[in-house]
Design a protein around this ligand. Structure first.
Ligand code: NCD
Length: 307
């Protein structure tokens, strides 16, 4: 039974096949409107979410399927002490596929090892978030038309930001990619990501605290929120939370075809004055996330022989 826990679970060819499938869904939605008729997606969210959960649910409805949902861990048996393993076995009796978000790194893997249906990791702690990366890749593809020859600035909380870890993994597979890692000292990219992905693949990168100086060279600027829920103390969060705020002044120094991305939710990182700039791509990412999740659900249910 194939589950998706990490972006490494996809070959580069599979990522490109999913992008092609999502593009076909965008162009021919009626062709896919009944492919999952009668099938059920269970969304198990042990952490807050707007986009990820609702996009999974909208995706399943647009494929003709149904959704059963656990949106609040405190109203489920997790509050009584039930393990993730037992929850996964239980939900396997009711649904055909699971999308799960959990605050603990590795929780989705535990669920996948115990479920009898495919499990999709919708974010596990500060570890990874493969389906956000699918949304990001489709957005980059639709904006730029390719993944090679890009200079990508990643800005904000690179330590706890799971979307950044998964995106680096996916983009490191392409030719002539450069990363500019922009963060406060305390929120630098974890050394395991630098060692296993960047140095291992000989990907050039620079680390800096300076967004202003970095902006002019970038093709993509991926802003992130400081991940309050992963901090040990509130004082550190308050000190770091507004480290970077992208304003029209700053954007004035950027390339005319820069793509400004953000996985959202935005707290303060991008001034709302930028929302109408043609370079703002973050709400396109939201929509693309739904199409990529449609493609992924379809593919996993096909592979499982469910449809
Ligand atoms: C991200 C996440 O949950 O990691 N949100 C999302 O799924 N789009 C980013 C974040 O919460 O900052």
């Amino acid at each position: 039974m194939r589950s998706i826990i990490d972006i490494v679970d996809f070959s580069t060819q599979e990522l490109e096949d999913l992008i092609n499938l999502a593009n076909d869904i965008i162009e021919n939605p009626q062709k896919y409107a009944h492919v999952c008729d009668g099938k059920k997606l269970a969304t198990l969210f042990f952490e807050p979410s707007t986009r990820t959960r609702m996009s999974f649910e909208a995706a399943m409805y647009e494929l003709g399927g149904h959704v059963i949902s656990m949106t609040d861990a405190m109203s489920s048996s997790a509050a009584k002490g039930e393990s993730v393993a037992d929850t996964a076995k239980t939900v396997s009796c009711y649904a055909d596929i699971i999308a799960m978000r959990h605050p603990k790194e590795g929780a989705a893997l535990v669920a996948a090892n115990n479920a009898t249906i495919p499990v999709i990791n919708a974010g596990d702690g500060g570890h990874c978030h493969p389906t956000q990366t699918l949304a990001d890749l489709l957005t980059i593809y639709r904006e730029k038309g390719h993944f090679d020859n890009l200079t990508i600035g990643l800005c904000g909380d690179l330590k706890f930001g799971r979307t950044v870890h998964s995106l680096i993994n996916a983009l490191s597979r392409y030719e002539n990619i450069k990363f500019v890692l922009i963060s406060p000292e305390e929120l630098k990219l974890p050394s395991y990501v630098k060692k296993d992905l960047l140095r291992a693949n000989k990907i050039p990168y620079t680390q800096t605290t300076d967004l202003d100086k970095s902006i002019p060279s970038l093709d993509i600027l991926y802003m992130t929120r400081v991940q309050r829920e992963r901090f040990f103390n509130e004082e550190d969060y308050l000190r770091l939370k507004d480290s970077y705020i992208l304003t029209p002044d700053k954007l004035a120094k950027a390339k005319k075809d820069l793509s400004v991305m953000h996985p959202l939710p935005r707290v303060n990182e991008i001034s709302v004055a930028i929302d109408d700039d043609s370079r703002a791509c973050y709400f396109k990412q939201v929509l693309n996330g739904k199409y990529m999740r449609m493609a992924l659900i379809l593919e996993l249910l096909r592979e499982a022989g469910t449809i």
